[in-house]
Design a protein. Structure first.
Length: 83
C-alpha cells in the first residue's frame, strides 16, 4: 500500500494518506488544502524547523516509519519525555 506521510503547508497538519495515480489528489483532512509536502520515509526530514514545529508528531511518525530504529527511539523518548 503506497501510504505516505504528508504535511499540510497551510496548517502544518501531518497525516498519512494514500497516494496512488488513480486516486484524486490527497487533501489535508484538517483544512482541505492540496498544497502538501510529502514527507520522506525513514525520518529523513532533518531540518531543525520541522523538528521544532512538530516534535511530538515527528516522534510518533518515527516509531512507525523506523521500525528498525525502535531502540534508538526508546532512547529518544527517555531523553525527551523523562520516562
Ligand atoms: Zn491543512
Amino acid at each position: 500500500m503506497p501510504i505516505h506521510d504528508f504535511r499540510c503547508k497551510q496548517c502544518r497538519h501531518e497525516f498519512e494518506g494514500l497516494s496512488r495515480p488513480q486516486d484524486p489528489p490527497v487533501q489535508c483532512p484538517s483544512c482541505k488544502s492540496t498544497d502538501l509536502e510529502k514527507l520522506l520515509s525513514g525520518f529523513a526530514v532533518s531540518s531543525a524547523d520541522s523538528r521544532a514545529a512538530s516534535a511530538l508528531d515527528s516522534r510518533k511518525r518515527q516509531v512507525r516509519a523506523n521500525k528498525d530504529k525502535l531502540v534508538a527511539d526508546e532512547e529518544y523518548r527517555k531523553e525527551h519525555e523523562g520516562h
